[in-house]
Write a protein that binds this ligand. Sequence first.
Ligand code: A2P
Length: 329
Amino acid sequence: MGSIPETILVSSDKTIPLLGFGTAEYPFGASSETMKDSILHAIKLGYRHFDTAALYQSEPLLGEAISDAIQLGLVKSRDELFITSKLWCSDAHHDCVLPALHKTLKNLKLDYLDLYLVHWPVSVKPGEYELPVKQKDLVPFDLKSVWEAMEECQKLGLTKSIGVSNFSIKKLENLLATAKIPPAVNQVEMNPLWQQKKLRDFCEKKGIHITVYSPLGAKGTLWGTNLVLDCKVLKEIADAKGKTIAQVCLRWAHEQEASVLVKSFNEERMKENLDIFEWKLSQDDLQKINQIPQRKGFPGLEFISDEGPYKSLEELWDEEIDLSLEYFT
Ligand code: A2P
């Protein structure tokens, strides 16, 4: 198997590998040794892009795996890896951003990140790193001042690129209106059941690269759904091609020019998920996928409160969620 292709991030002129390895295992902090071994194995298999977050409690294990990989000679230096982490909502306050990044770097035992993301367009009172957040802790999100602090992180060389996650078009427009450094990436939920066409078109026009999370639906997590891996249309396509549903999902996301983060700690599936670069979906496959009914897996109900700042799903996602679907049952 060849190496993983890369693309350039317009905002920072750095490259990002188009397939990455997710480290969000739910419940967070559950399986430390397995995770470190899985990451080491992933590096052996050729994964170079690793995604973590202050929320996931996986930063220290990823840091240990990176140190071990260098010691074992699996990579020559940390520069061969692409490491993303994220600012949690309780640090989404201007003065908390830089200390939060320092803590993340300390956890990872690194001098710099490749990419630092604002995890959600949401702030909660400082202190807690938990999902669901406590609704009583939700406070207004001051995008402009948080982003200024993110820009400072990049200027200080503590991260090569900065970006956001879970941002709608409207929220990206608000950000672009004042940003001195535009976001390099918007990391969002995307898979054949939640294709995000409008958001993709907008991001392409603005030079914002999309990174995909939950490409397989993140089965078994708080934010996950079984509907993707159980989808009949995807199964038919996969069977006809001699591929798995997971490979069809990953290949589909790859063909949308996004980078894809997939999480598996199973050695066979880790290998299977790498085998998406030497074959293609046909026009007929793509058309069938385009017709799959759309439903967001993770609406983020925990960020909605009668007291605000977001009083409805529409305020959180703007026009990008179909409110005719019942998300509250
Ligand atoms: P496991 O770690 O046991 O392989 P996502 O990447 O969308 O967040 O989804 C992650 C979930 O999908 C995990 O439960 C993971 O389980 C499972 N998964 C990852 N790769 C595959 C695969 N190739 N086939 C089936 N399930 C997979």
